[in-house]
Design a protein around this ligand. Structure first.
Ligand code: PLP
Length: 432
């Protein structure tokens, strides 16, 4: 190349959740029956979208106008439906402060791309890679994070957050993922209050990714950051359709901006996000046309409750099985549909293995895992031995050794079998 065309942050773009797929496919070609536990796509796990929701989509598809572009900020009725929903929750939001995207993946990419390169956003660790990689790439520097403590039910360490904010003047925003991916932790109100107070003290804005807001099932009630920011802390709340309908293939998410005019720099930044979307014309029209019909349907609340009840059942069952494995810390998730477990220090080493049926698979694994972190090594042995494909926690920017699987399996017996295979394999692996 005549010039170096590679973006300085290119090396920061990693996504282990999908990165493992190539090797999983290779194992499948060698005869391993893969059980996909790596990705948070309910549809891929066989979850059926209810017929009444499909009927709404079919009706919208029959309407010719659903094939056109929509206004840059989003379909007017969709934004109005969100305003009304927030009003019913007792929250005030103007439709001018809503911006639609092609899924939150798109929103996240734009939010970090248009942030001044010298501004950093601190986020939770383990870190959801779409945020942490995009943030690191935009600033061409490693993502700075605050710890979620597995020994305290994944609660955020406020001391760690405060210290890092204090000593990193480039930090301009705090990211919250509530409920969290990959831990399933739901931020308690008192923790959120402390985060808001740090943001206020250091003049930061808040990014609150609430894509799982309607999927909670534990003791900790979900509190939207909106309820705590007063009228002075600039905040951006992310919501979407991918997880709750579920309809990840719709690529539909949006940002709700709060306290936009409380800070002129924040206001200018938000305008740049609207302008960036304008260059792309608009987000996909179809799901936005479906949204008002869905949210106003009396069956929607029951649909969400039913989903959460199933994830609760899965989390309870998994907790019972996992907590009995020595050397494993497995805090029970209270929201979203993931379960993250970690291994106590010293439990994993580089000599442990699992039985692998064929010689070809065995050779591939032995060759592949040579340079791997201990948790990634375990994950590859697990996949080769049982077909279960999970994500190592090191793929979430974490120093902890562990892995994440999902609570998405729709069939009770299949989930029970998955858990007993996991338990049996973990016990064998760590006893070596
Ligand atoms: N934010 C979080 C916390 C997620 O877990 C995901 C997807 O798994 C996304 C955003 C991206 O969602 P979307 O399908 O809207 O791009």
């Amino acid at each position: 190349m005549r010039n170096n065309i590679v973006h300085p942050g290119a090396d920061q773009l990693t996504y282990e959740i999908r990165g493992i797929v190539k090797d999983a496919h290779h194992l499948a070609s060698l005869g391993v029956d893969i059980i996909w536990e790596n990705i948070g796509d309910p549809i891929a796990k066989g979850v059926e979208v209810p017929e009444w929701i499909k009927d709404i989509v079919k009706n919208v598809v029959s309407d010719n106008s659903a094939y056109g572009y929509s206004p840059t900020a989003g379909v007017t009725d969709a934004r109005e439906a969100i305003v009304q929903m927030r009003a019913a929750e007792g929250r005030t939001l103007s439709s001018d402060d809503i911006l639609f995207f092609n899924g939150l993946g798109d929103a996240i990419s734009i939010v970090y791309s248009y942030l001044n390169q010298n501004s950093k956003v601190i986020g939770p660790n383990p870190a959801y890679p779409t945020h942490s990689s995009a943030e690191a790439a935009h600033s061409d520097s490693p993502h700075v994070s605050y710890e979620l403590d597995p020994y305290k039910n994944w609660l955020p360490s406020i001391d760690d957050l405060r210290n890092k904010v204090k000593y990193n003047p480039a930090i301009s925003a705090i990211l919250i993922i509530n409920p969290d991916n990959p831990t399933g932790m739901v931020y308690p109100r008192v923790i959120l209050e402390q985060i808001v107070s740090i943001a206020r003290e250091y003049d930061l804005f808040i990014i609150s990714d609430e894509i799982y807001a309607n999927i909670t099932y534990g003791n900790e009630p979900f509190v939207s950051i909106y309820d705590l920011i007063g009228d002075d802390v600039p905040t951006l709340v992310m919501r979407g359709l991918s997880k709750e309908i579920p309809w990840p293939g719709a690529r539909c998410g949006w940002i709700e901006f709060h306290n936009r005019t409380s800070d002129s720099v924040f206001d200018r930044y938000v305008t740049s996000l609207f302008d960036a979307k304008m260059l792309q014309v608009c987000a996909t029209t179809l799901p936005q046309r479906v949204l008002p019909k869905l949210f106003s349907d009396p069956r929607y609340t029951a649909h969400l409750q039913e989903k959460s009840a199933l994830y609760k059942k899965r989390a309870d069952e998994a907790y019972k099985v996992l907590r009995s494995i020595p050397g494993i810390i497995a805090p029970k998730p209270e929201g979203a549909f993931y379960y993250s477990v970690i291994f106590e220090d010293g439990v994993l080493n580089n000599n442990q293995t699992l039985a692998i049926e064929t010689k070809e698979v065995q050779e591939f694994i032995q060759k592949t895992v040579q340079e791997f972190s201990p948790d990634k090594r375990l994950v590859y042995y697990l996949m080769a031995s049982t077909g279960i494909c999970v994500v190592p926690l090191s793929g979430f920017n974490s120093q902890l050794h562990g892995f994440r699987f999902t609570l998405l399996e729709p069939d009770d017996q299949t989930f029970t079998n998955l858990l007993s295979k996991l338990k049996e394999s973990m016990e064998y692996y760590i006893s070596r």
